[in-house]
Design a protein around this ligand. Structure first.
Ligand SMILES: [Zn+2]
Length: 282
């Protein structure tokens, strides 16, 4: 097995474990409880969940989603979060190290590390927003602070070798991301006379912009709006719920940019104008 395959497999395994940790974050962060103490326990009988009953995805399947002691049903979300995080981590490793790139180098592995961090933050934000209609500051504000630092450490995040250039692009991306969605929220409030967007989304977009740059965060917003309008309106019709969480769609947009940002950039910058030109010039 080559170094790339090893990192892909290790990332997948790490993703399953991080997913298990994110389940704790998703439950405890909105309640302001410690995420390290106490150990996970059954909500039915209070029994501490043993390590062998806490193996990501596998334990859920073996115990058929129930507590070993009292039979209380656990939400399928536990297994879903673990599986999604594991699959995303493995796919990110493949995308960053093996798909048409220079393979595993110190820089590309470091860049992968940042993408894994962003993904973990987005998975947690998505599921917390779905359940509690908030995005915790612990995730978004710390992300806004960390993004410029990580950009200086891993300048290839912004397609450059220069650390100061990466810092500048990160700050610009953060301002465009947070400022853009904030302005749209202000105008939305003026037009619709109700809160259009939460401030949690503003901070989350600051983090995404700080790591993906102004083009990346712009594209994230576009994809988030399109997917959010389509799926959100469908859900609105079915559930009549008045709250439309935005974090899941922004997270989806950011993931599309991480995976396909390069191709989309080539299409919008080169292929698309070429295609338009070919319509008029024969
Ligand atoms: Zn129990």
């Amino acid at each position: 097995m080559g170094i790339e395959e090893t990192v892909i497999a290790a990332s997948g395994a790490l993703g399953l474990l991080i997913g298990s940790f994110l389940n704790v974050v998703i439950i405890r962060l909105p309640k302001n409880e410690s995420i390290v103490h106490p150990r996970s326990h059954c909500s039915g009988c209070g029994e501490t969940i043993r390590w062998y009953d806490n193996i990501p995805v596998l334990s859920y399947l073996l115990l058929r989603g129930k507590c070993r002691h009292c039979g209380t049903r656990f939400s399928a979300r536990y297994a879903i979060v673990e599986l999604v995080t594991g699959l995303l981590f493995a796919a990110l490793a493949w995308n960053t190290l093996a798909r048409g790139t220079g393979g595993a180098t110190t820089e590309s592995v470091a860049r992968l590390g940042v993408y894994l961090y962003l993904t973990a933050a987005l998975v947690a934000s998505t599921f917390i927003d779905l359940e509690h209609q908030i995005i915790p500051d612990e995730i978004s504000i710390s992300g806004c602070v960390l993004a410029p630092i990580l950009s200086m450490l891993v300048p290839s995040l912004h397609g450059t070798n220069g650390r100061m250039e990466a810092l500048g692009l990160s700050v610009l991306g953060g301002i465009v991301g947070a400022g853009g969605i904030w302005l749209i929220g202000v105008f939305g409030k003026l037009i619709f006379r109700k809160e259009a967007m939460g401030f949690g989304d503003v901070k989350l977009m600051g983090m995404i912009g700080g790591l993906l740059g102004w083009k990346g965060v712009g594209l994230t917003f576009l994809i988030g709006c399109v997917s959010g309008s389509i799926i959100g309106l469908l859900l609105l019709a079915i559930t009549k719920s008045r709250y439309l969480p935005f974090a899941p769609y922004l997270s989806f947009g950011a993931m599309v940019v991480v995976f396909f940002g390069r191709e989309i950039g080539v299409f919008l910058g080169t292929t698309y104008p070429e295609w338009i030109r070919s319509l008029f010039i024969h």
